[in-house]
Design a protein around this ligand. Sequence first.
Ligand code: XMP
Length: 183
Amino acid sequence: MRADIERILIDEEIIEKRLDRMAEEIGRDFPQGNLLAIILLKGALVFAADLLRRVPRQLELECLNVSSYHGGLESSGTVKFLDRSFPEVRGRHVLLLDDILDTGRTLHAVAERLRAEGAQAVHTCVLLAKDRPRDQEVAADYTGFVIGDEFVVGYGLDYRGRYRNLPYVGVLTREAIEREPGA
Ligand code: XMP
């Protein structure tokens, strides 16, 4: 897999240090109450597992399966909720975790749905935010790293289902992108 990576953007050690700080901050901001962490699958799985284990407070955990990329390099523009049921969020303080803020459509759509379902407050947390203009005015409450406007993989993020288990965030070689059928 390493041969397919042109450049490591954020290595394991830097991710770990940043997660320590983010978890501390989250622990401070939510000293008590009824925090419910919601992980957006599959991209935020690795990030959330590492972050939430560091948060020094009690919380409950739910996952939501949404899709906005459909496996390629560009966001499809529509957010689909793939689960049959939706978690009970009425009256809860939700910490919504996603891997990356790109166009912002995913976080915006999910946060809106959570509010419509009666969540008392929705706080958003992403590992990465792309430095680009967004049509939706969304900023995450907690951001691990701001990166350039380029396609990245690893640490949960995929290209056509692969590379999620890389322990770092990196940029694919052109060859690796073009090798995939349909690229
Ligand atoms: P939006 O545009 O809704 O996108 O903010 C968020 C979702 O799109 C996926 N995404 C990426 N996935 N590398 C990926 O592997 C990327 O560079 C990338 N940019 C966006 C991701 O699933 C995220 O939840």
